[in-house]
Ligand binder design. Structure first.
Ligand SMILES: [Mg+2]
Length: 399
């Protein structure tokens, strides 16, 4: 069997933006799906490396194409192709992807929910979504969602622009993203007030995680992490670097995590295992968060989980997008060791999110978990009817 073609259908989904649905075709009619969070051209540049290769020889193909990737968003094309190759491999051998990763350590996988900032309580005032009351209202709504999430994540600090909504909340006069700024006493108080309001709603029934940056100055990050210790957070994410930072502050993260009991997390922007060597090997953070769509795909994600476990570092994979990347996470997470916490769901606000795929029992998320599917490959078929509704003008459905 040989790879015959690589195609991309770009959809524009309200709440998610543009996503490339990637399909790798073979000369025997079997095909596999992946999901790219980058321009179509990034993906199509990989075509010449793929055509004529055996799609089940994934490791060798990845060695050929890994130089075409980098930190987010440049690792997305390589990651999307890797997912599609696993989908093909599973279909060829008639097995779900997790079986190629060592089998499943769990029957169902925990998912956590990204909640963003607060509810805009006064639609005429954009700042009204950043008050403690606005966050508390959002927490009430998210806590009662039918998905039954056991961990919720909210944006504070520079993430979601919460700190920028506070007058003189930071010394960042002209925010350039990713931000790097020093937080004032007023800014710090605003962050703490929000967390207090969130905890009053969530109590100890639902875990609270925070996405805090990037990038607070080191003293600001340390003060916040220490001030939040009494609230028993699941984690504080990207306090220093993260998101689209093209580097990792291993040294500073090490200093930070050693001086606070608040669990420190980063890693969603990192491409390939090498970016995790020092973060994990020096125990610079407590939790790593590689994203299957940016790190290099399913096998890379699984490998990092094993490596992290060796050093007592936990893993909570970042995730964003359609149910294709979501299911790639489910297979990887099913095979991860006991250091797996949960992976991210970032689409409760997206209409028809589940309808992008067929072949799975729905609703996908129940009591905060997803069942591990037993169908070959990723276990999904892309739903042409839904995809056609969201296709970007001029695109076709893999014709
Ligand atoms: Mg994040």
């Amino acid at each position: 069997m040989k790879i015959k073609d690589l195609k991309v259908a770009v959809v524009n989904v309200p709440g998610l933006g543009r996503i490339g649905i990637v399909r790798v075709d073979t000369d025997e009619g079997v095909y596999g799906y992946g999901e790219a969070h980058c321009p179509r051209d990034h993906v199509l540049r990989l075509r010449n490396f793929l055509v004529g290769q055996d799609p089940t020889n994934i490791s060798k193909i990845m060695l050929h194409v890994q130089h075409m990737g980098g930190f987010k968003p440049w690792g997305s094309a390589v990651s999307a192709v890797e997912m599609a190759l696993w989908d093909i491999t599973g279909k060829v051998f008639g097995l779900p992807v997790y079986r190629f990763l060592g089998g499943k350590n769990r029957e169902k996988v925990r998912v956590y929910c990204d909640c963003g900032v607060g509810v805009p309580l006064d639609p005429s005032d954009p700042a009204s979504m950043f008050t403690p009351e606005a966050y508390a209202e959002k927490a009430k709504r998210m806590k009662s969602l039918p998905e039954g999430f056991t961990i919720l994540k909210f944006d504070i600090g520079f993430h979601g622009r919460q700190l920028l909504s506070v007058k003189s909340g930071s010394l960042e006069a002209e925010p350039i993203y990713p931000t790097k700024g020093h937080v004032t006493e007023r800014g710090l108080k605003s962050e703490i007030a929000i967390v207090k309001a969130l905890k009053e709603v969530l109590g100890d029934e639902v875990g609270l995680a925070l996405d805090c940056g990037p990038g607070q100055s080191f003293p600001s990050a340390l003060k916040l992490a220490k001030a939040l210790e009494p609230y028993n957070l699941m984690w504080a994410e990207d306090l220093l670097t993260g998101d689209y930072s093209p580097y990792t502050e291993v040294y500073l993260y090490g200093l930070l995590s050693r001086r606070t009991t608040t669990p420190i997390l980063t890693g969603e922007q990192i491409y390939l295992r090498y970016g995790f060597r020092d973060l994990v090997g020096k125990h610079a953070v407590d939790i790593v968060a590689p994203d299957v769509s940016d790190v290099g795909g399913i096998y890379e994600l699984k490998w990092i989980s094993e490596f992290a476990d060796l050093y007592g570092v936990l893993i909570a994979p970042h995730n964003y997008g359609l149910p294709i990347a979501f299911m790639a996470n489910v297979h990887a997470a099913a095979a991860m060791p006991k250091n797996f916490i949960a992976f991210e769901h970032h689409a409760t606000h997206v209409a028809q999110w589940e309808d992008f795929v067929k072949g799975l029992e729905k609703p996908l998320i129940r009591d905060g978990f997803v069942n591990v599917p037993e169908k070959p490959g990723l276990g999904i078929e892309v739903n042409e009817d839904t995809v056609r509704k969201y296709l970007v003008e001029g695109e076709d459905f893999f014709e």
